[in-house]
Write a protein that binds this ligand. Sequence first.
Ligand code: ADP
Ligand code: MG
Length: 279
Amino acid sequence: MILEFNKNAFILLKRIIAFIFNKQGTTVTMDDTTTIQGPTILPSAKGSVIMDVRAITKSLPLGRERIDILKGISFQIMSGEFVSIIGPSGSGKSTLLGIIAGLDNPTSGQVLIDDVNITKMSEGQLAAVRNSKIGMVFQAYNLIPTLTAQENVEVPLYVGRHKGSPSARARELLELVGLSHRLGHRPSQLSGGEQQRVAIARALSTDPAIVIADEPTGNLDAKNGENVLELIASLRERTGKTFIIATHDPAVASHADRAIRIVDGLIASIDTSEGRRQP
Ligand code: ADP
Ligand code: MG
């Protein structure tokens, strides 16, 4: 039982590393079982559908049993939307984010990004989708401790062979997140809030259409958490990118256009009134 848990945690860790460096990771085989169809949540905003999540389930072996983590999750996200995925700890948010970011495979169901089904892709194809379309932000920042803020933001640009000067791009992004005075600082020389800003700049470096963040304020105090959320909201305004943020903190929802609430692996509700920020 512990072995199974560790194996899955190890696969996910490899995939997270693959995400940061965009290298090939392990392929997890899909095991298509019966699909439990949940309600489809239609978007409120106008525009094109950038992400179409269809009847996602995820179950994992736990000893001789299987546990159902996601039980049929469907929703669509429009280009330029800021959506929060909220729910109590253990409800399946991180599992869902891993699947929509192409880090993990669902047991059944599909994820379409710009009308392309990513759920049956090879690791190489997934790496290409991640590098061109998705930026990821983690609760624990996951910066490389020996690199400066600027170098951390440059890393995805070197790996993915992007056009232009990585150092100029990194400086521009660190300015965008309000850190132009911290270019040469290493993570240990930065506050938690600053480290998360660097991680957000890194997520934006490859100019992805979608930024996915898992509990981005989870390690921050209330004030720094609020600052990071305001930064994300303003980046959404300025860049027009799509932001998807998972959190157990209901306060985050007040910054988003919509809050999709997940309880026990199912969508419990969708909230646009509480979630929508008044202009
Ligand atoms: P959240 O991010 O909402 O806190 P998670 O997606 O991390 O929830 O986890 C949802 C449920 O799935 C939890 O009960 C968790 O213990 C379980 N779980 C997550 N990853 C694994 C795994 N690799 N193996 C077995 N169970 C897991
Ligand atoms: Mg989580």
